[in-house]
Write a protein that binds this ligand. Structure first.
Ligand SMILES: O=C(O)CCC(=O)C(=O)O
Ligand SMILES: [Fe+2]
Length: 365
């Protein structure tokens, strides 16, 4: 069956003043300013709001002498937030600019016909290419699908057998080269971070990586056009990422929010820091000590926003369960074993809704 796909950018450029009803979130999911904290670096009313600021961790280029203090900071951020920024991460800063620039150029300088040459297959989940959420029959009987105010381009980048740059834009001329280089550098950083996270949980350095196996990596460039009704819509609905670890960069337009202690906190843009988001499989492997981070994107009425998310997932054949070292008499297993392929299928059949997919795996105590 063919489903209707509307490009949000075309809607935005048509200068509408209201949004079509499919984009209107139910009242409980709308961004409500009273629950949103700016995450700004200033102190609010003279009070220390450190617990509301997303941690920024200097990796000191993975310098051995700093490892212990870095590991401690990472452990704390994983327990409290499931998300943190890293600086001095070893990725060339020009490469961060280059991927933002080629991504923006694809969305803003190519005609719609050109972009549609790379359209995702609307009938298969997670297909590579240019996409927008589409109207499908509601995944659960009593739920209606609300559309995201977002267009995106998804690239399959690793393992190398999945990487086919001929499926990616040809314009600008360096697009394919930049995405390939970016993929390689993000893989290296994700491996090193999983090592530090393992150590911070008192596991051997290679533990989480061994549980995940070779990475399946996807890079999604998201483009959120200006929206006439930011009060009614979401750029991307609340979810946690389903794989192991996501590395995200954004431009200078705020929009990403993380849920912390029931508050939605805006992640302040830091163009040269990389945001680490722990995803569901890391929560399972660490037996819930690391929490996967629930996040969403809001819209604004004036400026388009761009982000680049690099997902690192297990292969579908991998079975994931809590690390044996973290399952003890006093802290029994909190999740049953799950095949990653089954996890992904159930995620797509139910659709994201906060953390309901991982919560369904919880063993009640
Ligand atoms: O645009 C963002 O900042 C968030 C993107 C995201 O969460 C995702 O693609 O899973
Ligand atoms: Fe996400």
């Amino acid at each position: 069956m063919e489903f209707e796909v509307v490009r949000v950018q075309s809607l935005s450029e048509s200068n509408i003043t209201e949004v079509p009803s499919q984009y209107i979130q139910p009242p409980e999911n709308r961004p409500r300013s009273k629950f949103v904290i700016s995450g700004s670096l200033e102190k609010a009313n003279g009070q220390d709001d450190a617990h509301l600021r997303i941690p920024v961790i200097d990796l000191f280029g993975f310098d051995a002498e700093q490892r212990e203090s870095v590991r401690e900071a990472i452990g704390e951020a994983c327990r409290l937030w499931g998300a943190f920024y890293v600086t001095n991460h070893g990725v060339a800063l020009e490469l961060l600019d280059s991927i933002r620039s080629v991504g923006r150029s694809f969305f803003e300088d190519c005609s719609i016909d050109e972009k549609l040459r790379y359209a995702c297959d609307p009938n298969s989940a997670a297909s590579q290419g240019y996409g927008s959420k589409m109207l499908t029959p509601s995944p659960q009987q009593n739920e209606t699908v609300v559309l995201d105010w977002r267009d995106y381009f998804d690239h399959h980048t690793l393992p190398m057998s999945r990487r086919d740059p001929s499926r990616w834009p040809q314009f600008p001329a360096n697009y394919r080269e930049v995405v390939s280089q970016y993929s390689d550098q993000m893989k290296v950083l994700a491996e090193k971070l999983l090592g530090l996270i393992s150590e911070s949980m008192e596991l051997p350095t290679s533990s989480i990586q061994e549980a995940v196996g070779d990475f399946y990596q996807n890079i999604t460039i998201s483009y959120y056009p200006p929206c006439p009704r930011p009060d009614l819509t979401l750029g991307l609905q609340s979810h946690s990422d389903m794989g192991a670890i996501t590395l995200l960069i954004q431009d200078d337009v705020p929009g990403l929010q993380v849920l912390k202690d029931f508050n939605w906190i805006t992640v302040p843009p830091r163009p040269y820091a990389i945001l680490v988001l722990l995803a569901d499989q890391t929560e399972i492997i660490t037996n819930g000590i690391c929490r996967s981070c629930e996040h969403r994107a809001i819209t604004n009425s004036t400026r388009a926003r761009l982000s680049v998310a690099t997902f690192h997932d297990p292969a579908k054949t991998v079975k994931v369960s809590p690390a044996l070292e973290l399952v003890t008499e006093s802290s029994p297993a909190r999740y049953g074993e799950v095949g990653y392929g089954d996890y992904v299928s159930s995620w797509y059949s139910k659709g994201p809704d906060g953390k309901r997919n991982i919560d369904a795996l919880r063993i009640s105590s």
